[in-house]
Design a protein. Structure first.
Length: 161
């Protein structure tokens, strides 16, 4: 069944939902990040099966649109799984590296704790930043006491875990 073009509830044609962009950077992941990717693939495979049945049975636009969305997300996570590069935890905490938790002090005296993780794992509200973020890039290979400039602001490494 082709569902490339559909009509929305107002009667306008819907085209395929745009694909989620895949980052051009290496897909480095922590063990937790890889587990998250695997869980997303499993969840979306189940959701896709349900969505296929609903679209085939009822066949309304909402079911077809849901099938498109779930299919798009499943393709994204399967691609992320296929190019994931697991980075095992390193024991050396002398230098900042992928997987490190770093405490920094900003010029204004604020201290922040960040764990450097993969792009799909990054969530600043949970103190994680992507390894391709400007801050993470500036911190990698630094040691306690090093000062780096990020966004025209000095940041000092005060702890590495």
């Amino acid at each position: 069944m082709s569902i490339a073009f559909l009509k929305d509830p107002e009667g306008e044609a819907l085209e395929d939902i745009p694909e989620r962009p895949i980052s051009p950077h290496r897909n480095l992941v922590t063990p937790e990040g890889l587990a998250h990717i695997e869980a997303e693939v499993a969840r979306l495979e189940a959701a896709f099966s349900v969505a296929q049945k609903a679209a085939a049975t009822k066949g309304d636009e909402e079911d077809r649109l849901n099938l498109l969305r779930v299919g798009r997300d499943l393709r994204y996570w399967m691609a992320r799984r296929s190019n994931a590069e697991l980075v095992p935890p390193l024991k050396d905490s002398g230098k900042v590296h992928f997987g490190s938790t770093v405490v920094i002090e900003r010029e204004d005296g604020r201290r922040q704790r960040w764990r450097i993780v993969g792009e799909d794992e990054a969530d600043p509200s949970h103190e994680t930043i992507s390894h391709v973020s400007p801050l993470a890039r500036a911190l990698v290979n630094k040691v306690v006491g090093d000062v780096v400039e990020v966004n025209r602001m000095d940041v000092e490494v005060v702890e590495i875990h």
